[in-house]
Design a protein around this ligand. Structure first.
Ligand code: SF4
Ligand code: SF4
Length: 508
């Protein structure tokens, strides 16, 4: 498309009342076309749609497109630049049936069309055709958890995962966030993907917990005066063990070698949940795998990918491929759901990179979630009894993004004495969702408490889940409701069973 063919967004935008500001939730009736669109997408009325006017004021444009930011391509859509905007073909796959709505956590919470997958896709279409990126649009996209429940429930196979990822990258590149929001997000991304920095932060945290400063500060009323995001971060802090467990670079298999596998130890997983990595390595070795945990591995890029920080995430992906490629592995095994789903996506993420596109394809084809991998190779190590009722929580990036649902359940049910309880509304996200519970604490808290109540209703003694973020979120939510529950990763449970540990070892 040439520059002349480009639609002038200001012309279409002028159909709206530019005097009303950026968001219309009053009694305006909208144009006939808007009403038709609202009907087509199933919105009850045009008022259900966050109708942002494209007021062509310089101020608005500067605000929504970001001061001084270069466009990424020569052709610009009203809301997007030409570097991977949400694809029109994928948008058009949505037939507006609404089957995804009851499984979308934000639609369940707010009952607002624009906070449903269908509404967000509608806004992407508007961004492609007629409306500049604006605060309301971005707000509806920001509120999406990226849980991918809509991908699972969509009968038309809409690839919402690709759409929201493309949209988020555009938002991060083109939208000027408020300085405090920007600074908070930057702080998260300068800390969490780096093990060394996390370790530096973990030291004072251990002291903070050991001396009970959290309780003292709460008692003094300091906590309640903190901003909601800081309070959320504090509440999500894991109870840190005295020492991080070191993971050996090479571990020999028990008995004959069946596979040579690499293990991602991760960032948050290693610093806050190193016992999960130790258990994973032991289980793999017991099942006949030679395990390689490369020392110089870094972040896989999952957090950055899900937040639209494209360049950063691609650099993490390239480095991860470089690191594991050297080891001549049959598989790369991952025990954190969010990391596994991103590593399986490298082939797509690096599709434009001439040096990495083919290598990423090969790499992604080797990536397996650890539960999936164990089911594929079949168990050989003996399982000892663990008599306990445990609720299994599906991490969204395992169940919805990777389609791994039955494998963890099968691994757990193979343990004599273990009763696996199902949680009501299993498909609804717990509110963790990467950095979501830190940047959107209010809806995350609501979702967390909803999940915690459903977990408590199972009557289980412990909860098992495959994602560090879910563990922290559910634990914090239970605590707010005045409860505590033992938590474990499936590999900690399988490891305890293989080693013949008493069930109480899981309750420490
Ligand atoms: S990813 Fe989750 S929160 Fe986002 S639209 Fe889909 S179901 Fe809703
Ligand atoms: S279920 Fe799929 S096709 Fe139907 S509205 Fe949702 S995203 Fe669109």
């Amino acid at each position: 498309m040439t520059e002349q063919d480009r639609p002038d967004p200001r012309q279409s935008g002028n159909r709206y009342d530019a005097t009303e500001g950026t968001e219309r939730r009053d009694d305006q009736s909208g144009t006939g076309r808007e009403q038709a669109m609202a009907g087509a997408i199933g919105a009850g009325s045009p008022q259900d749609i966050g109708q942002d006017s494209f007021s062509a004021t310089t101020e608005s444009l500067q605000h929504t497109m970001g001061h001084d930011r270069p466009e990424s391509g020569s052709y610009t859509f009203p809301a997007f630049d030409s570097h991977h905007p949400p694809e029109k073909d994928l948008i058009d796959d949505c037939v507006h049936c609404g089957f995804c709505l009851p499984t979308c956590p934000t639609y369940v919470l707010f009952g607002e069309e624009m906070d449903s997958p269908r509404g967000r896709i509608y806004l992407m279409n508007k961004g492609l055709n007629e409306e500049a990126m604006n605060d309301t649009m971005v707000r509806h996209w920001d509120l999406c958890l990226g849980c991918m429940a809509c991908v699972t429930s969509c009968p038309s196979g809409v690839q919402y995962d690709k759409l929201i990822e493309a949209t988020r990258a555009q938002v991060e590149r083109r939208y000027e966030r408020r300085p405090d929001d920007k600074a908070f997000r930057e702080m998260i991304f300068q800390l969490f993907p780096y093990r060394k920095r996390l370790r530096l932060a973990a030291g004072p945290l251990r002291l903070y917990q050991r001396f009970g400063l959290d309780k003292k500060l709460k008692k003094a009323g300091v906590m309640s005066r903190l901003p909601a995001r800081m309070r959320a971060m504090e509440a999500l802090m894991p109870k840190l063990s005295k020492k991080e467990e070191k993971i050996p670079e090479y571990t020999s298999p028990t008995g004959e070698r069946r596979k040579r596998v690499g293990v991602l130890i991760g960032c948050v997983q290693q610093v806050f949940f190193s016992q999960v990595n130790s258990a994973t390595v032991r289980v793999l070795a017991a099942e006949g795998c030679e395990v390689v945990a490369p020392k110089n591995q870094g972040c896989c890029g999952a957090l950055s990918t899900h937040a639209g920080r494209e360049e950063e995430s691609l650099n993490f992906a390239r480095k991860t491929i470089d690191t594991f490629e050297r080891e001549n592995l049959d598989n790369v095994v991952v025990n954190a759901a969010g990391c596994g789903s991103t590593m399986k996506e490298y082939a797509y993420l690096l599709r434009d990179d001439p040096e990495y596109a083919e290598r990423a394809k090969k790499f992604s084809s080797k990536v397996k979630d650890v539960s999936e991998f164990l089911q594929e190779i079949g168990p050989v190590a003996e399982r000892h009894p663990l008599p306990v009722a445990a609720a299994y929580h599906d991490a969204c990036h395992l169940a919805h993004a990777q389609g791994v649902r039955q494998q963890p359940r099968k691994n757990l049910k193979a343990i004599p004495g273990m009763e696996v309880k199902e949680i009501k509304e299993a498909e609804v996200c717990c509110g963790s969702a990467g950095i979501y519970n830190m940047v959107e604490p209010e809806p995350a808290e609501e979702l967390g408490e909803r999940k915690a109540k459903n977990v408590l209703n199972t009557g289980a003694r412990m909860i098992i889940t495959s994602n560090p973020g879910c563990m922290l979120q559910i634990q914090a939510s239970l605590k707010r409701l005045g409860h505590e529950m033992h938590m474990a990763h499936p590999m900690e449970v399988v490891d305890a069973s293989i080693r013949g540990e008493p069930v109480e070892s899981l309750f420490r």
